[in-house]
Every structure is written in C-alpha cells, then in structure tokens.
Ligand binder design. Structure first.
Ligand code: NAD
Ligand code: UDX
Length: 466
C-alpha cells in the first residue's frame, strides 16, 4: 500500500544492492528489507556467520550487517515470494555494456533489468513502487513501465488490482567509501511523475538525509543526470592524466600542477589525482552509453567528444606499460615484476575494468613473470580477470601474500592501486630483496621519494620525471 511502506525488496545483491539496503535497514528499523539475487553462492556469503566472506568489501559494511542481519535485513534467493510481499521494489541489477547485437560495445545490456521487471510484473501484488537504482539509459523507465503493464495484463488478467509506479533513484555511491556516501549523500535524486510514490521514497530517505539534499526531477532528467555525473568525473581523470604525460616531458610536476589548478574554487580539488586511468564498473560503461545515445540522436560531435575521454584512458595504461618495458632495457623475458594492487581503487575488492588488468596483460605479452599482491582481492578473482590468456602466459601470472613476497627477486615493483598500506612500505627491506638494477614504478604517486633516496632503488613517478 502506498500509504504504509513496510516491506521493501531489492533485486540484485551486488556492490550497490548490498550496501545501500544495509544502510536503509540501519536507518529505518521499522522497515523489513530483503535483498534477493539469483546467485546462490553470493546470497550464502551475505548470510555467512563469518563476516570476512561478505561478497563486497567496504569499510564499515561488516558492522552494519552484524547489527541488522536477521533483525530487519535479510538476504534470499526466494525472489518470487519476496516480490509478492513487497510494497517497494528496488532494481539494482547489473547493466553491463552489450557485447553482441545492435549497439554492441556501447549500449547498455538491459536483459537483467528486463527479466527482473518481468518477474515483478508476475509476482507483485496490489500497489507496488518499482525503483530503478541501476544506472540505465535515458528513457528506460518507460520500458520498465511498459513491461510491467503489458506483462501484468497477459500473465495475470484476473488481478486487476496490480498497479505499478516507476521511479528513478540513481545511486551515486563510490566504492571504497560506499557506507559514508550512503550515510551522508551529496544528494538523493528521485525522478518520477507520481507524487504519492515520490513521497513514499522521500519519506524513507528523510529518516537520515536533510530535506534540502533530496531533489526531485522528471524521470528523464534523473536518468541523464547519473550518466552525466559519471562522465564529468571520468573526464577530470582523463584531463589530469593527459597533463601528467606533458609534465614528464616538460619538467613540470603533476602534483604541483594539480594542486595549483584545484585551488581555483571553480575547478575544485577532487578528482585531479593522476593515475593509471580510471577503472570500475561504471565510468567506461556509462560514457559508452552516452556515446550510444548521442549517436542515436545524430549528435556525432557529442559522441566523439566523450569517446576521446575513453581513448585517453586506454592510452594512459598502454603508455605506462611501455615506460616499464623501456626502463627495463626493452626486455622483460625472464624478468620478475611485482604488482602492488589489483583492485581498480583502494578499499574495494572490485576488479572490474581495473587498469591493472590491461597493464599486466601488456607486461605478460612482453614475457614478464608477474607476482600480484592485493590486500583484499582473492587469487581466484585475479585469475578470473584473464580468461583468454594462453596457458603458457598464465604460468607467468601468480598472486602473492605480501608486498615483500612480491618484491623478492624482482626487477621491478609497480604500484597500481592506492592502498593505504603501500604508503608504509619498508623500502630498505625491499631494496635488499630485489634484483639490481631495481625499479619502482609508482603509478599512484603515493611514495615519499625521500625514503627511496636512502636506498639503491630507481624511482619513476607518474607526471614527475624531469
Ligand atoms: P553487481 O554485478 O555487483 O550486482 C548485480 C547483481 O544483480 C548480481 O549479483 C546479479 O547476480 C544480480 N542479478 C542480475 N539479474 C538478476 C535477476 N533477474 N534477479 C536477481 N538478481 C539478479 O552490480 P553493481 O555494481 O551492484 O551495479 C548495479 C547497478 O548499479 C548497475 O547498473 C551499476 O551501473 C549501478 N551503479 C553501480 C555503482 C558501483 O559503484 N558499483 C555505483 C552506482 C551505480
Ligand atoms: C564512480 C562514481 O564516483 C560514483 O559516484 C558512481 O556512483 C559510480 O562510479 P567508483 O567507480 O566506485 O564510483 O569510483 P571512483 O572513486 O569514482 O573512481 C573511479 C576511478 O577513477 C578509479 O579507478 C580511481 O582510482 C580513479 N581516479 C579517481 C583517479 O585516477 N584519480 C582521481 O583523482 C579520482
């Protein structure tokens, strides 16, 4: 019933569904929140008494799960029954880039959205609010509404009481800071055209989000705002990375440039850190989506403008691999390279689109032996990112248990993720373990170079090599 939302459900127990529902359950103890997924192993892990097994690593998440699980937060694969008893249903399924068919390589694959919408149409009862939380192309709400109404009529012509209200409520959390982002969001965006349904969702967020931060828009503005926000953030990373290359050849220092530029209030200091390029499941996919929509509407200049942001990102990864090869005398065969960090950024176990994948592939192609250490990414997850690697190359790829194991006997160390613990490495110990001449490639600019100066190590830092 629209007047009293008691049971909410979220379809998709991934990086968004899990943390966002945990926070709703934490802030709204009067609600029963159930997160459902097709993936039995994932649900088992969400329910495991060993909290180290949670499928998502996020600082602060474990504590909430411990508090709320079994109280008003549940994880289940019993999707149909949970849908039947829910007043509000969040769709938080994955929307990857299409790999085949029309729009392959650019458009979002909406098959998971579609199949979950069909399930909702079939099993929901009475009045139900359906909330798109997944990031989707503009006008997808219309598609969802269509599926809900037409399949409802076909599947269950006897149930004339089924009524659906579709809202768009894109999620802006960033991995690694998901819990604090959810507790203190910069804004909550609700797009829709039914005032009563909007109020229901507004009321939930009002439990902890100040009213001035909850903004309502029409449904298409909401959908487009999400894609635009990610495209603008990614564009800043590509912009600063382009300047990092220029710093290396001119003698300018990227940290100094970044600081000086960011102190202009109109620009701001966030998202000006150079690095091996942006990764994660969102930026590339969402920009591709924007490119696809722009082309669809005949805006080829807009499409190529955003395409260049992606091209710069791939180029940054390729150029880092080339620099490593060049510094190691143009030859990596029989050389060992320790990789520090495999997740796409610190504080997450997510490896989707991590720059480490393409950089490692290029180094393997050159014949290097690679030993990867990441504090939160499992060995299995690392191997899964190289499905097409020939088996002889796979032999050259291993994971290690510590920074020092990766350093042992290696010719180079490459820092690819900005994990806090990499800031406190004992460089003289590393120096003793490595083979000479030994190189450190700091692709996140996190090393204090005065510590390196006390050793025999050679240091290369991004955007700072005059
Ligand atoms: P994810 O892959 O981690 O999780 C999606 C889950 O949905 C998977 O566990 C999958 O098994 C499940 N699923 C798919 N179809 C299903 C169905 N029919 N029934 C039940 N479960 C089903 O993805 P994610 O990172 O959580 O992203 C979800 C959406 O949120 C995407 O659209 C993404 O663009 C968006 N988003 C992601 C982030 C992020 O930081 N990861 C941030 C904001 C928005
Ligand atoms: C992003 C958006 O920030 C978030 O709002 C949205 O909801 C989902 O997509 P996420 O992909 O989790 O979040 O991580 P984000 O912090 O945006 O970082 C993306 C990539 O950019 C990472 O690989 C990160 O290392 C890189 N980055 C970020 C930089 O290289 N430099 C920076 O200054 C900032």
């Amino acid at each position: 019933m629209l007047n009293e939302i008691k049971n909410i459900c979220c379809i998709g127990a991934g990086y968004v569904g899990g943390p966002s529902m945990a926070v709703i359950a934490d802030k709204c103890p009067y609600l029963k929140v159930t997160v459902v997924d097709l993936d039995q192993t994932k649900i088992n892990n969400w329910n495991d008494s060993n909290l180290e097994k949670l499928p998502v690593y996020e600082p602060g998440l474990k504590e909430i799960i411990k508090r709320r699980r079994g109280e008003n937060l549940f994880f289940s694969t019993d999707i149909n029954n949970v849908i039947s008893s829910s007043d509000m249903i969040f769709l938080s399924v994955n929307t990857p880039t299409k790999t085949t068919g029309l729009g392959a390589g650019e458009a979002s694959d909406l098959k998971y959205i579609e199949s979950s919408a069909r399930q909702v149409a079939k099993h929901a009862r009475g009045e139900t609010i359906v909330v798109e939380k997944s990031t989707i192309p503009v006008k997808t709400a219309e598609t969802i509404q269509n599926i809900l109404v037409t399949s409802k009529n076909k599947l269950d012509s006897n149930d004339n009481n089924k009524i659906f209200y579709v809202l768009s409520n894109p999620e802006f959390l960033a991995e690694g800071t998901a819990i604090s982002d959810l507790y203190n969001p910069s804004r909550v965006l609700i797009g829709g055209d039914n005032e009563k349904a909007i109020n229901c969702l507004h009321k939930i967020y009002s439990n902890w989000v100040p009213p001035e931060k909850i903004i309502t828009t029409n449904i298409w503005s909401s959908e487009l705002s999400k894609l635009t926000a990610n495209a603008f953030l990614a564009q800043r990373v590509s912009s600063i990375n382009s300047i990092s290359a220029l710093c290396e050849v001119t003698g300018a220092n990227i940290s100094e440039v970044s600081k000086a530029v960011g102190m202009d209030n109109r620009i701001g200091k966030e998202f000006l850190k150079p690095g091996p390029g942006f990764g994660g499941s969102c930026f590339k996919k969402d920009i591709l989506n924007l490119i696809y929509i722009s082309k669809f509407y005949g805006l080829s200049e807009v499409a190529s403008y955003w395409k260049s942001v992606l091209e710069l990102n791939s180029w940054q990864q390729e150029r880092i691999a080339k620099i490593i090869v060049t510094k190691l005398f143009g030859n990596l065969s029989n050389k060992k390279i320790g990789i520090l960090g495999f997740s796409f950024k610190a504080n997450t176990n997510d490896t989707r689109e991590s720059p480490a994948i393409s950089i490692c592939k290029d180094l393997l192609e050159e014949g290097a032996n690679i030993l990867i250490f990441d504090p939160k990414v499992s060995e299995e997850k690392i191997y899964n990112e190289f499905p097409n690697l020939a088996s002889n190359k796979k032999l050259n790829l291993n994971s290690s248990k510590s920074v020092y194991e990766s350093a042992n006997g290696s010719d180079a160390i490459v820092i690819l993720t900005d994990w806090e613990e990499f800031k406190d490495i004992d460089w003289s110990k590393v120096d003793n373990l490595m083979r000479s001449p030994s190189w450190i490639f700091d692709c996140r600019n996190i090393i204090n170079n005065r510590e390196i100066e006390k050793t025999n190590l050679n240091l290369w830092q991004l955007g700072n090599n005059s």
